[in-house]
Design a protein. Structure first.
Ligand code: SF4
Ligand code: SF4
Lengths: 390, 446
């Protein structure tokens, strides 16, 4: 396994950032070499039950498009205009054999574009296992729990066949505990950043978290623990900046430089929804008891709000306000992928709620393959100034 | 050689259809004024109108409102209002037109529209529905029922899929009892389901009449006119009567060898929703070339009946679940749609496929480039790809569409017919398993 954790914390972040840029999935290749015959499942954002994949002795790999690292030669003709970048770049990755290390690809009910993508990939990559999880939308009562358990069982059936391994309750409980640990460590890092944003920049936290998409969770846990140990000794200078919550980048990810530009232009990001699937639950999934039922109940009743999960018992626009309050933020920056339908729709009710609560916000749109940020920087600076000197 | 022919509606059903829809709008107006009967807003696709019928509740279809606004060229104003509210230019304009009209009190027929006593989101495939109904519930302060329908991600629905929907339908019944103040009556429900089965049977027979040459009606443009009664009156005896009249009329046209055009020169299959703001213009472009749609995927958004599915009164809840999960185009997966289109081309004997990409609707459009690739390269079927929008008049470029259409039909006129060998060669190479559209366990009534 590639060594990322270095005694120098800055070096760790740089190495993580390099890992994100590398479209050859070097860590996945290394894992396959170390585990001959073992299978890898790539999953499209936002959320996938990694615990199940892990319990089957497979490596779950969260896909996040191709950033600016890929020319689209096939995907544009197939997905055309008005479709977000990540759908196209993921198809391009597949059609240029860059997903060859994946033995299976998993999609879920996040939006219509991603859903059709699943089947377009299936047609163009007939050799690999492509599946689609229906994650429930009706949070009332227990029908969804039972349904989701049956959906997980269906998935397990396919994974067992693919891997030749059996998924036992014991293995599931073990995986749940390991992923709980991962989420707890991430949440500690998020808390640390909220308290001491000058000592842990958002881009650093981001690359560290995202690098976990490509390595076994056990390895990622080690990295996170290592960084958590180092952080208290780290120093940082406080700056004139406004505290913001970033909302809208739960699926397609903004270019890393864009996150840096936001920070440079005077935003202290106190909370965000980057790579939300890694932090999907706001409490541990219970380890004791029926593991699949525990996972299903957690999905419905103990998960974070998201534009792609529907829970009208507790609407997202109310929860965003809570988030802002908890983060002691002054403003919200909507960082929305171009053509991201769920995010665009949610903006309407978010906006209404924020305006009523007199919380300023800045709507911004990005594409994963963007590489010049001058206009973006100016917009953020103007917004920051208007708040700093109001 | 192109002619300047225009397609004209003939016969009594178009008038009957109009009268029935006007009457429905009058009822909505009455409900808005008196609160009676209470209205429930729901989606067209795979809906459960049978349950509303059993409770005498009035269906309110936001999609039909949006459609009516567009076809009357009234959609731009509400779209702009919605964009002022924060909706993106890229969001589905159906939603924008409906919400914009709702907040400004604009209605397509001039009368009033009631506030829904329940926003019933029968989420069937389209993820936009969930947002649309969340917003309706928020803006109108209506209670929301999110009826979650598992997407058809396997060849046919599993027992668990069906059980999940049936459980939710039972929950829904309790809510409808409260709204209507009536006790659920199983016999009335069965009766409604029986009506639906009859309508579906008639509709399906109509759909098969377009296999005739010439087809007695256009299975895109005319089918859309019939879709109003199909959704609003399906579970009602009025619906049965309407489709009896329609079938008879089309059968008579077949007997006379008559179609909607002077002469049917091309038979095409249409994929994708129509450009409602330019419905007539679009239709005339086809008529000009003597092109008649013999089948369309859009006419199956509400339900896919031509391959055998009928609501079964013996198991009414399960029937609704099966309709929702498996028997409408929007909840079926993308490759199953390829399969459906291929059947149309083969069995309805079409000369080509027209894919209408609409910007608003990613459910239909995301990936249509791949669809074109499959039909042209794998199957050798002449395919034309057009782009505009279902609702937003700003995305219709008449000259461009006309040019592409002219070029397509010009070359189609010179193309040799596909041979049987070509057809099966394409099939062998497609890599898509033939998935039966019809659920094997269902009773076929015709
Ligand atoms: S970025 Fe938005 S539109 Fe694109 S796949 Fe993700 S959720 Fe769907
Ligand atoms: S996205 Fe398409 S199916 Fe969904 S509401 Fe809009 S037009 Fe209808």
């Amino acid at each position: 396994m590639m060594e990322v954790l270095s005694p120098n914390i800055e070096r760790t972040f740089d190495q993580c950032a390099e890992l994100l840029r590398d479209l050859t999935f070097p860590t996945v290749a290394a894992w396959k070499q170390e585990h001959p015959g073992a299978k890898v499942i790539g999953y499209f954002p936002v959320y996938a039950p990694s615990e199940i994949i892990h319990a089957c002795g497979m490596l779950p790999v969260a896909l996040h498009g191709a950033g600016d690292g890929l020319e689209l030669q096939h995907a544009d003709a197939r997905f055309g205009s008005f479709i977000c970048s990540i759908v196209k770049s993921t198809l391009e990755l597949a059609m240029t054999d860059r997903l060859a290390q994946m033995d299976g690809l998993l999609f879920s009910t996040i939006c219509d574009s991603a859903r059709n993508l699943a089947w377009v990939i299936k047609r163009n990559q007939p050799g690999i296992y492509v599946d689609f999880l229906h994650l429930p939308h009706n949070p009332n009562g227990t029908a969804s729990h039972h349904f989701l358990v049956s959906e997980y069982r269906r998935l397990i059936g396919h994974l067992e066949e693919l891997s030749g391994n059996k998924v036992t309750d014991e293995a599931l409980r073990n995986s749940i505990a390991i992923y709980n640990e991962n989420r707890r460590l991430l949440s500690r890092l998020y808390d640390f950043r909220m308290e001491h944003p000058e000592r842990l920049r958002t881009w650093e936290l981001y690359v560290l978290m995202r690098a976990g998409n490509f390595v076994p969770v056990e390895t990622h846990n080690e990295w996170l623990r290592g960084v958590l140990e180092e952080l208290p000794g780290r120093s940082g200078k406080k700056r004139d900046a406004i505290r913001v919550v970033v909302e809208g980048s739960f699926c397609e990810q903004p270019p890393l430089d864009l996150i840096k530009v936001m920070e440079e232009a005077g935003c202290t990001i106190a909370d965000d929804d980057f790579i939300l699937g890694r932090r999907w639950f706001n409490a541990d999934i219970p380890v004791e008891g029926d593991p699949l039922m525990n996972m299903a109940e957690s999905y419905q009743d103990r998960s974070v709000y998201s534009s792609v999960r529907h829970d009208f018992r507790n609407p997202r626009h109310k929860q965003l306000l809570e988030k802002v309050k908890h983060a002691k933020a002054q403003a919200v920056v909507f960082l929305t992928a171009k053509f991201c339908e769920p995010a665009c729709f949610d903006y309407v009710l978010f906006k209404k709620e924020l305006e009523a609560a007199k919380i300023p916000h800045l709507p911004l749109e990005f594409e994963e393959k963007a590489y010049t940020f001058d206009r973006f920087r100016m917009e953020v600076e103007t917004f920051v100034e208007s708040l700093l000197f109001e | 050689m192109a002619t300047s022919e225009k397609m004209e509606y003939r016969g009594q059903i178009h008038q009957l259809q109009k009268d029935m829809m006007v009457e429905w709008y009058q009822k909505l107006n009455e409900s808005a004024l008196t609160g009676k009967p209470p209205a429930v807003s729901l989606m067209i696709s795979g809906n459960c109108i049978e349950l509303l019928e059993a409770f005498d509740l009035l269906p309110l279809y936001p999609e039909v409102n949006a459609l009516q606004l567009a076809i009357r060229r009234q959609s731009l104003e509400p779209i702009l209002i919605a964009e002022e509210m924060g909706y993106a230019t890229d969001n589905c304009a159906y939603v924008k037109a409906d919400i914009g009209a709702m907040v400004k009190g604009i209605t397509p027929a001039g009368g009033k529209l009631p506030v829904a006593s329940l926003a019933l989101c029968n989420f069937v495939g389209c993820n936009v529905y969930t947002k649309w109904f969340e917003h309706i519930a928020e803006f109108q302060k209506s209670p929301l029922f999110m009826l979650d329908v598992p997407f058809l991600r396997t060849d046919s629905p599993s027992k668990d899929d069906i059980a999940y929907v049936v459980r939710q339908l039972h929950d829904l019944v309790k809510q409808l009892e409260q709204i209507s103040g009536k006790k659920f009556d199983m016999d009335r429900f069965r009766e409604a389901v029986r009506n639906s089965a009859k309508v579906e049977d008639l509709w399906s027979r109509i759909k098969h009449l377009s296999k005739k040459k010439p087809s007695p009606y256009d299975a895109y443009f005319d089918a859309i006119s019939l879709m109003g009664p199909l959704y609003v009156y399906r579970a009602n005896p009025r619906g049965v009567h309407f489709f009896e009249v329609a079938l008879k009329e089309y059968e008579e046209m077949v007997a006379r060898g008559q179609g909607p055009l002077e002469k049917e020169k091309f038979r095409v299959v249409l994929e994708g929703p129509p450009p409602y703001p330019f419905f007539r213009t679009f239709r005339d472009m086809f008529a000009k070339w003597g092109a008649c749609a013999v089948a369309s995927t859009y006419s199956t958004v509400g339900g896919l009946w031509e391959f055998g599915f009928r609501h079964d009164p013996a198991e009414p809840f399960e029937a609704i679940a099966l309709h929702m999960i498996e028997n409408n185009v929007t909840n079926r997966n993308y490759l199953q749609r390829y399969d459906q289109i291929r059947k149309y081309v083969d069995e309805w004997d079409a000369d080509g496929l027209i894919i209408h990409f609409v910007k608003s609707c990613r459910l239909f459009s995301a990936g249509q480039g791949d669809m074109r690739d499959y039909f042209t390269k794998e199957l050798g079927i002449p395919t034309l790809y057009l782009e505009s929008d279902i609702e937003d008049p700003r995305y219709f470029s008449e000259a461009q569409i006309k040019n592409r259409m002219d070029a397509f039909f010009e070359s189609l006129g010179h193309a040799p017919a596909r041979t049987a060998a070509q057809l099966s060669a394409g099939r062998a190479g497609s890599g898509i398993p033939m998935v039966p559209v019809q659920s094997p366990k269902l009773r076929v009534l015709n």
